[in-house]
Design a protein around this ligand. Structure first.
Ligand SMILES: NC(=O)c1ccc[n+]([C@@H]2O[C@H](COP(=O)([O-])OP(=O)(O)OC[C@H]3O[C@@H](n4cnc5c(N)ncnc54)[C@H](OP(=O)(O)O)[C@@H]3O)[C@@H](O)[C@H]2O)c1
Length: 323
């Protein structure tokens, strides 16, 4: 059998998925017993030059994707809609879905999972710190632990800026400009530096761990743009690092979430996280504190998480004919 795959969105992440499906063709065949072929790609603007083979349909109509009867859809577009509606339709047609779209998944992921009823795979490892396998670790390897706290550096752009400010004495705007030049920060960096991006990831973790999220309006977000020289000097004098930290904690049965700059002592699990790296520490009642660190963004790390999700789904979810 040939597994038919569709990719929604052909930007940084979508192209990474396509590339891995080509370069890892043999390894994937060995792992899942079938060949994978990309049959359609959904984009916003079909007129962009894309250098794809003629047998891959490039379209801006989701119906064209469904008409190809894909077995799996990789979703790498932006925003809640139309992505949520597309994935709902896909699940209803027994198509496995794998997404990197954190904004959509923070808001609607639980509804997709419910809709899939464990018969259809819903992969979302890439939504939360991209290449760091935190979702897989929590769902498969820390199931018996009660997780009481999650704390993470969940945005590489803000961490890059903070590292440059502290280690190279750059001002905030110099560090931001450098991050933009290197392609780590968008032209409009608001989502990254004000904590919105980390917030979405924290909400996805909250839903996974506790099947609920704190009231979004009660989660306090403080960005890094107001840090000043006094803060940096004070951290240096105490031998501490300032990091933009997202925290989710269960306090007296209540979920509390924050994203804020924190002064971390050398003993803290997130102290040594530098540059664009991300890291997540989880505290479990049995295991204690475990920290995972790695690339929280980027083409191949993000696409890698999506391909691994797909392999896992294909190996463990019933084949379409048995659903
Ligand atoms: N980049 C990363 O490192 C990273 C890491 C983790 C998660 N993510 C998430 O992955 C998703 C994709 O990110 P990206 O960096 O690949 O974005 P991107 O480079 O901006 O690409 C977005 C793609 O989606 C397409 N698109 C946008 N709106 C669409 C619509 N309404 N219908 C059909 N196609 C549409 C665009 O089409 P056109 O090409 O025609 O414009 C483009 O191909 C985002 O949700 C992001 O949050 C990204």
């Amino acid at each position: 059998m040939t597994i038919k795959a569709a990719i929604l969105g052909f930007g940084t992440v979508g192209q990474g998925i396509y590339e891995i499906l080509q370069t890892k063709r043999r390894q994937l065949h060995k792992l899942i017993g079938d060949k994978v072929e990309v049959t359609s790609i959904l984009v916003h603007n079909v007129h962009k030059e894309r250098f794809l083979p003629d047998n891959v349909i490039v379209t801006d109509r989701f119906d064209d994707v469904l008409n190809q009867k894909p077995d799996v859809i990789f979703e790498a577009t932006v925003g809640i809609e139309p992505s949520y509606s597309y994935l709902k339709q896909a699940i209803d047609q027994h198509i496995h879905v794998v997404t990197a779209n954190k904004v959509m998944f923070a808001a609607c992921g639980h509804k997709l999972i419910q809709r899939a009823e464990q018969r259809i795979g819903v992969g979302y490892e890439a939504t939360t710190a991209a290449g760091i396998p935190i979702i897989g670790t929590l769902t498969t390897l820390l199931q018996t632990n009660n997780i009481t706290k999650v704390q993470g550096i969940l945005n590489g752009t803000s961490n890059y800026i903070l590292t440059a400010m502290q280690d190279q004495n750059k001002t905030f705007s110099e560090a931001l400009q450098e991050a933009q030049t290197k392609g780590y920060a968008e032209a409009d960096p608001t989502n990254d530096i004000e904590g919105h991006d980390a917030f979405y990831k924290l909400m996805i973790l909250s839903q996974l761990l506790y099947e609920k999220q704190p009231d979004w309006s009660a989660v306090s977000l403080t960005g890094i743009s107001n840090l000043n020289e006094t803060d940096l000097i004070s951290a240096e004098e105490k031998g501490e690092k300032i990091r933009h930290v997202a925290t989710l904690e269960l306090v007296d049965g209540e979920l509390k979430g924050t994203v804020e700059p924190l002064f971390l002592p050398p003993s803290h699990g997130l102290f040594g996280i530098e540059g664009v790296d991300n890291a997540i520490s989880v505290t479990g009642d049995l295991v204690g504190s475990v920290t995972l660190r790695g690339p929280g963004a980027g083409q191949l790390p993000t696409a890698s998480a999506m391909i691994e999700d797909f392999v896992q789904i294909w190996q463990t979810t019933p084949a379409k004919q048995f659903i």
